[in-house]
Ligand binder design. Structure first.
Ligand code: SF4
Ligand code: SF4
Length: 107
């Protein structure tokens, strides 16, 4: 049962960082859920985290994406496999060095 976000969403930004599958993103006006990535938190949590956190209860089950727990589990396994194939993009840096060089102008 992939979920979806209705137009009652108030863009509070709470759900997006809590999704373990990176299924939530900002749309043209409100947040949206990628039904190809939402497992209803199967594999990660007992309850859908976005539903638990949403202050306005605007995340119901998508009527066109009703799925069994088995299907959700398969999606979870697929996402995990994809994640393991991608190299970690953790090499960040350099910005602080640049910032150190760029001293603010003093009047
Ligand atoms: S139910 Fe879980 S996986 Fe689906 S959008 Fe919400 S937080 Fe993400
Ligand atoms: S938690 Fe609810 S109201 Fe807040 S951004 Fe997510 S869907 Fe919208």
């Amino acid at each position: 049962m992939a979920l979806w976000i209705t137009d009652e969403c108030i863009n509070c930004d709470v759900c997006e960082p809590e999704c373990p599958n990176q299924a939530i993103s900002m749309g043209p006006e409100i947040y949206r859920i990628d039904s190809d990535r939402c497992t209803e938190c199967v594999g990660h949590f007992e309850q859908p985290q976005c539903v638990q956190l949403c202050p306005v209860d605007c995340i119901p089950v998508h009527p066109q994406h009703v799925e069994t727990r088995e299907q959700l589990q398969q999606r979870y396994l697929r996402l995990q496999a994809e994640q393991q194939q991608q190299p970690e993009a953790s090499s960040r840096g350099g910005a602080s060095a640049l910032a150190a060089q760029a001293k603010p102008a003093e009047a």
